[in-house]
Design a protein around this ligand. Sequence first.
Ligand code: 5RP
Length: 248
Amino acid sequence: PQPWRHVCGFRSRSSSAVMAEEAKKLAAYAAVDNHIQNNQVVGVGSGSTIVYAVDRLAERVRQEKLNIVCVPTSFQARQLILKHGLSLSDLDRHPELDVAIDGADEVDASLTLIKGGGGCLTQEKIVAGCAKHFIVIADYRKDSKALGQQWKKGVPVEVIPIAYVPVSRAIARRFGGEAVLRMAVSKAGPVVTDNSNFILDWKFEHAQNWKEVNTAIKMIPGVVETGLFVGMAERVYFGMEDGSVKIR
Ligand code: 5RP
């Protein structure tokens, strides 16, 4: 039997969900084992895949008595760090990180990423930008030849709340598609980020020069950050359906 069918706690879920969870874990464990060493400052990303990375990091810190300092990218990451009793810091005290590890919503052939499915893109980009090495962990569903082939929800863009309508119109006018305000699951109101901003999900119509698009969107007044990570990821670990890990 394949090991992922026996992962504790996931047995009642569909087999594809089980496989994806085990694939996240495989990627996360491999990245932590390959890139974390003693005396490092580590950026901790956000999402569901990073949970496995922090599990493994905490295990290694305990077993190998590593001296690791963690800088979070979100409230969620901060809670994870605290829950595991890891050493919590910030960019004031540690503006230079040795490595940042984070998930992604989609990764193309040249390691351009869409991030921000969880709405933490701004802190994630800041922390990744402060790290010597930015390592991405993902399951096989995030692997894509060209952005938009896998992740159908578009590129997240964090905006200052009063600007969401003009920014949405400016993006659609300039680049096509539609930039839609992200609503809370309850539909009672918009999603509000850790920075008290809103998120637009820009559903683009065709492939673009992502570097230029990223820069141009950032120039629109009211835009805080985009979920396009261009030229930032050094390595991506994909956990695969067959239990292997693919490194790009
Ligand atoms: C949050 C992110 C996440 O890293 C991204 O959404 C991937 O999440 P998951 O690991 O749950 O698939 O960018 O803003």
